[in-house]
Design a protein around this ligand. Structure first.
Ligand code: FUC
Length: 352
């Protein structure tokens, strides 16, 4: 089923639409055409009560004035580009700088702040919506006109499938993700520290204190980033490892073992479980990395239904290319060639 309502208006009066995708198990996901934001994700855990497993806001203004990317699609480049500088085929580019000296999540006016064109692809059993955006040449300093398409599908297996497509008329970079903050106990239920997670990653990318990778691809063995068997989130968070100190918690890219360059298949890479609700989230992707981020900077952030979100109230599993890839010769490349067809897929499956 697919239901369409108005969520609000942009400052220039443009309508922000909300699409509610519901399957026959009564799972529903609400998606905005603003930033492709996943605003609510309702799991019918108890007969009369849904558990909303993502953090979000209630108004357009809240989304536009916040800088934490709740539920949003990120572009053109997820995560950091050091100093916003990169070189493609001998040409130097300078992007917008929006976090210290660096570019974060595509610059100040990234894809999360844009109203996307929306088309309902299916309103039947596997409801599906297509979002499209044309990012002009030099948008936030990135080269080439980039045509982007994202298809969200809620399946009868209770999975939300996110497919990313793009083409460009000039060589460029493209590194998309979705920035949902999950709380499988419910968005208003406090910390996720008791959640247990598994991430099938034998390596990670250590950073400097500004979260820029040093270039090393380091083994996770004997570090807080060894999450290959089920581990409570509290465990890495309580570590005195210098990387945890730098990130003020978990805010690191793990190198996914399953990655096969150019694969179009979403492979199992990890899961999270809330002990109290027993809601499980399984993650599958074709991307090489995953930024695991525990909302370390939240302090009384006013979210949905007047909930005050605090640090560690959500955890992001941002499937993506590694941070600062264009400046790191040994990282999988996020370069998109002229007329190449970009495709990536990430699937979040909820078991309850
Ligand atoms: C994540 C983190 C960042 C940042 C942002 C809102 O992707 O890597 O540190 O705070 O989200």
């Amino acid at each position: 089923m697919m239901d369409q309502t108005s969520f609000g208006k942009m400052p220039d009066g443009e309508l922000v639409k909300q699409f509610c995708l519901t399957n026959s198990h009564n799972v529903s996901v609400e998606i905005l055409n603003l930033g492709g934001i996943i605003r609510r994700w309702l799991i019918p855990k108890d007969k009369d009560k849904h558990t909303d497993i993502v953090l979000g806001f209630d108004t357009v203004d809240d989304y536009l004035s916040d800088d934490s990317y709740l539920g949003a699609l990120i572009g053109r480049y997820s995560n950091r580009i050091s100093k916003g500088k990169f070189n493609l085929k001998g040409i130097d580019y300078q992007t917008d700088i929006n976090l210290g000296d660096n570019c974060l999540h595509g610059g100040n006016n990234g894809f999360n702040k844009k109203v996307w064109k929306s088309t309902v692809l299916s309103s039947g059993d596997n409801p599906s919506i297509m979002l499209q955006l044309s990012s002009p040449n030099d948008d936030q300093g990135f080269p080439g006109t980039l045509s982007v398409k994202v298809i969200y599908t809620l399946t009868e297996q209770n999975s939300l499938k996110i497919e990313y497509f793009a083409t460009t008329d000039q060589i460029t970079l493209y590194n998309p993700t979705n920035h949902s903050y999950f709380n499988l106990s419910g968005h208003n239920s406090g910390s996720v520290k008791a959640h247990e997670v598994q991430i099938l990653a034998s390596y990670y990318t250590p950073t400097d204190k500004n979260a820029i990778p040093t270039g090393e691809i380091a083994k996770v063995d004997d570090t807080p980033f060894d999450l290959r068997s089920m581990t409570a989130i509290s465990q890495p968070l309580s570590s005195d490892h210098q990387q945890i100190e730098y990130g003020n918690g978990l805010d690191h890219n793990l190198c996914l073992d399953s990655y096969i360059p150019h694969s179009k298949v979403a492979t199992y890479v990890g899961k999270a479980v809330a002990i109290d609700t027993a809601i499980n989230l399984k993650i599958y992707t074709s991307m090489p990395g995953m930024q695991v981020f525990t909302a370390n900077h939240f302090v009384n952030k006013k979210g949905k239904n007047n909930t005050d979100y605090q640090a560690q109230q959500g955890v992001c599993f941002e499937t993506q290319f590694y941070p600062d890839t264009p400046n790191q010769p040994y990282f999988p490349s996020a370069t998109l060639e002229k007329n190449e067809n970009f495709y990536a897929i990430t699937v979040y499956e909820v078991l309850f």
